[in-house]
Write a protein that binds this ligand. Structure first.
Ligand SMILES: [Zn+2]
Length: 289
């Protein structure tokens, strides 16, 4: 490790990421490695790039001359639909801000039940706006049909939202920080130093980087993606790989093995479903006889 970095307290904020990773790799003892790694984590958690959730609105303005018509009034009640959104990119080019952004995004995507942005859901809540533009561009409609179509879409959007919420796992931010540090540690350990790649032409063809830091930032972010997917399998008690892939239980939306077309439920829901079939059968045949 560079002597200057030892004398001054190891401050990752003042270093390039490649320097930190090199120091980590070249550290002589485990405690030195831990020291460097902890300082790296601190810099990530102290980044000002916090996870931010905010409200967004699907908006449209009813033309003034249509505002007092029956149909115009109906559209007006649906002219602002709110949903939760999140800050998903950073303008800050520091490595700690970019990695922190990735960490934030993974949490939002896998664990935050408030932020639901699946296409199926978004398309449904955009229904009033789409119908409005169809109407003003000449598609005929009447008040009853319109109310029916909008209600149906909004009802369905609630169902889809619940389904997508069930597909997210449960983990507090504090717990997530702990597992993320494990992920990062494994990224550090597995990461190869860039100069070891230099004689391998295939690598430089695959990665076209501006700086060494771009290489490591992109390596770590990719690595985090892989780690969370592995962790998700563990969360659902699944093997790390499955020849036929995975799908979701029809009822509770947990991930299950995709072993056959007939498999639709996880073991617990399958049991519950069988009980229900037996119960219905009992009611129909025994009680009614
Ligand atoms: Zn289930």
């Amino acid at each position: 490790m560079n002597l200057k970095r030892v004398i001054n307290i190891y401050n990752c904020n003042e270093l390039y990421l490649y320097e930190i990773i090199e120091d980590f790799k070249e550290a002589k003892s485990q405690s030195e490695k831990d020291y460097i790694f902890n300082s790296f984590c601190l810099s990530i958690w102290n980044s000002e790039n916090n996870r931010r959730i905010y409200k967004k609105t699907i908006k449209f303005n009813i033309r003034k001359d249509l505002l007092n018509t029956d149909i115009g009034k109906i559209f007006d009640t649906w002219s602002e639909i709110e949903y939760k959104y999140y800050k998903s990119i950073t303008q800050n080019e520091n490595w700690n801000s970019i990695i922190r952004q990735k960490i934030n995004n993974i949490y939002t995507r896998y664990f935050d039940k408030e932020v639901i942005l699946g296409k199926e859901y978004m398309d449904l809540i955009k229904t009033p706006k789409k119908l409005y533009y169809k109407w003003i561009s000449g598609t005929d409609t009447n008040a009853d049909t319109l109310v029916y179509l909008i209600d149906k879409a909004i009802d369905q959007s609630e169902k889809v939202k619940k389904k997508l919420q069930m597909e997210k796992m449960k983990l507090s931010w504090e717990e997530y920080k702990k597992i993320t540090e494990k992920f990062l540690y494994s990224c550090f350990t597995r990461c190869k130093l860039i100069d070891r790649y230099e004689d391998k032409a295939s690598i430089s063809k695959r990665f076209d980087f501006l700086t060494e830091d771009h290489f490591y930032v992109s390596y770590i972010n990719k690595c985090l993606e892989g780690e969370i997917r592995k962790w998700q399998k563990k969360y659902y008690n699944l093997p790390a790989s499955n020849r036929k892939g995975y799908k979701r239980c029809k009822v509770c939306r947990r991930i299950i093995k995709n072993d056959s077309k007939n498999r639709q439920y996880c073991p617990a829901c399958k049991k519950e479903n069988r009980k229900k079939i037996n119960r219905d059968y009992y009611i129909k045949t025994v009680l009614n006889s």
